[in-house]
Ligand binder design. Structure first.
Ligand code: ARG
Length: 575
């Protein structure tokens, strides 16, 4: 159990013993300042209000009743009714000796479906897909680490009117003997060529429109071209995921088209039950809970008057699949803030129609935009969208320059291997360390800096710990001596290491990766203070103290490596 939970349990027991309502929590948190102790309980004021008591004297009563003797040196009531707890060093040291970074606390596992990335396959992956992909991937890793069953769903956009134009263009090229692989080698150019022809050649545009209809009605020729196109585009996406160290694999793809054969039945079911209503030839769901200021219900079209289905229809089918077939307890969507209304409609209609029961938690976790230095959405110098392929190449190039400057004894291959980890880590960390909801400015120099809250800083901190073990001629993983706390630096570091799991619980609860980044940065800083104050390898540092300090280094190193791994960032032993 975490320290936070242990303290919380002891205080809760005391509160229940005093007859306070069982739903009041002591709300234990790490203290915000050292003079407030190591942990503080913030929940007494609320409990006092509910019980009609004076908060300060209630806090005193709770403290008198609580059994904390093995945990704290002293505890005190502060301000209007806070409880500050100063933990015993031996208690912290004991917890740390038992602590295993890789092991999590046992609890009831949940099935968590996570919808992220979901690029449209008509085009090449670009920076617009980055945030959903890496934030979603981090949250998936964290839930898995905490023992939940995670089901990744990559809701790729592989269907829709654009595909008529794309397969018409593909057909032209293939009939003149070119291979699809070659023609689609640059997906972006291909899309632009098809679009230009669609806009300027009426014969081509007519053919493209006809192909959409043929595709939708299952015409074999059109389907074959479409499959060809999709296969190549999927391959491109998978290679980007691989380069980005994103855990999405082919098996996680559950694209829009996979729901095609469910839509007709779904819409007729919703019509029969009176949830979808005929409106000028279309089928519409009116959502009263989302009505506007004038009381006008929000309308969600699920079938157009020409019989076509929409993005929303597919999302309803996907929702039902996730709730009923995948048996999700929780469904998380990492999609751009601009789709907020769409998601609200899908959730509201899904509940109304009974596609998903009330117990299943449905959560849209939106995010802000990645901006350029000019404060506008990030673009290339010529104003086009930045392809992920190019962004990755540039990050590796820049990281290689950095590594060369830092350590000139490394060989070319070694530099490249390190640069891949550092470059990708820099991009991901820069994104994940910002609050998910805010826009942020993309800045190469800041993200590749070796100082501050950056990926390279943490990777570098890890290499420093590795070098301690090299000098000591011990394996980092082979240290598990009894930890002894002699000074504040050691105590602070121990507590930080122990808070890893508490932070992960919070990250999962709020889907906020930046909490993990801030934590890792604080951990690395606590380590640096410890390292300055506490010699490890000096000949004067003997026996138990030497072993204890090496163990602290090892636990710090493992925590940094595990934390970075949960962010989707790899560590390196040299840099
Ligand atoms: N393909 C969509 C887009 O690019 C994102 C899909 C998100 N997932 C979903 N279930 N709607 O905007």
């Amino acid at each position: 159990m975490s320290i936070k939970s242990i303290v919380e349990q002891r205080l809760s027991t005391a509160m229940i013993g005093l007859g306070l309502p069982t739903n009041t929590s002591p709300l234990v948190r790490p203290s915000v300042r050292p003079e407030y102790g190591d942990y503080q309980a913030n929940g007494v004021m609320r409990a006092a209000k509910l019980a009609g008591e004076n908060p300060k004297s209630l806090a005193e009563k709770i403290l008198a009743a609580a059994d904390l003797s093995d945990l704290v040196d002293f505890a005190e009531v502060a301000g209007p009714g806070f409880i500050n707890l100063h933990l015993k060093k031996v208690f912290i040291a004991k917890k740390l000796s038992e602590n295993d970074v890789k092991k999590i606390f046992k609890r009831e596992p949940k099935i968590v479906v996570i919808d992220y990335s979901g690029p449209n396959l008509a085009k090449e992956m670009h920076v617009g897909h980055l945030r959903s992909t890496i934030i979603g991937d981090c949250i998936a890793r964290v839930h898995e680490h905490l023992g939940n069953e995670v089901i990744r769903q990559n809701h790729m956009g592989d269907w829709g009117t654009q595909f008529g134009m794309l397969i018409a263009e593909l057909e032209c090229h293939m009939s003149s003997g070119e291979t699809a692989e070659l023609v689609l080698n640059d997906l972006e150019k291909f899309y632009q060529r098809a679009k230009a022809r669609f806009d300027s050649e009426s014969d081509f545009a007519n053919k493209a429109r006809k192909y959409v209809v043929r595709l939708q009605s299952g015409d074999q020729h059109c389907l074959r071209l479409w499959r060809h196109f999709i296969a190549i585009s999927v391959q491109h996406n998978l290679s980007i995921y691989h380069r980005l160290n994103v855990s999405l694999k082919k098996d996680h793809i559950k694209a829009e088209s996979s729901y095609n054969n469910k839509l007709e039945e779904l819409v007729s079911r919703l019509s029969l039950s009176g949830i979808a209503i005929d409106d000028q030839g279309a089928k519409v769901i009116f959502l009263d809970d989302l009505s506007d200021k004038n009381g006008q219900a929000s309308a969600m079209i699920i079938r157009k008057s020409d019989g076509g289905y929409l993005y929303a229809t597919t999302d309803l089918a996907a929702l039902e699949h996730r709730a009923k077939i995948l048996r999700a307890n929780q469904i998380l969507y990492f999609i751009d803030a601009r789709q907020a209304l769409h998601m609200k409609q899908v959730f509201s209609a899904g509940r109304l129609a009974g596609l998903v029961s009330d117990e299943v938690s449905l959560e849209h976790h939106p995010f802000g935009t990645m901006m350029g230095k000019d404060g506008k959405p990030f673009k290339t110098r010529t104003g086009s969208t930045v392809k992920l392929e190019n962004l990755i190449d540039e990050s590796i190039q820049r990281a290689a320059d950095l590594v060369k400057r830092k350590n000139s004894n490394l060989g070319e291959n070694e530099i490249l291997e390190i640069a891949k980890k550092v470059g990708i880590g820099a991009i991901k960390y820069a994104d994940l360390s910002k609050h998910r909801l805010t826009d942020y400015i993309f800045n190469w120099d800041a993200m590749l800096s070796l100082n501050g809250n950056t990926g390279p800083y943490l990777q570098y901190a890890y290499t420093r710990i590795c070098s301690i073990f090299k000098r000591a001629e011990v394996e980092m993983t082979e240290c598990s001596a009894v930890v002894i706390i002699n000074n504040t630096e050691e105590k602070t570091l121990c507590l930080k290491i122990l808070q890893f799991n508490e932070v992960l619980e919070q990250v999962a609860e709020d889907s906020l990766p930046h909490l993990l980044c801030s934590y890792l940065h604080e951990l690395a800083s606590a380590f640096m203070s410890f390292y300055e104050k506490c010699p490890i390898l000096k000949s004067t540092v003997l026996g138990e103290t030497h072993q204890s300090r090496l163990t602290l280094c090892s636990k710090t190193g493992e925590t940094i490596a595990t934390g970075l791994e949960l962010l989707g960032i790899e560590v390196t032993e040299k840099m």
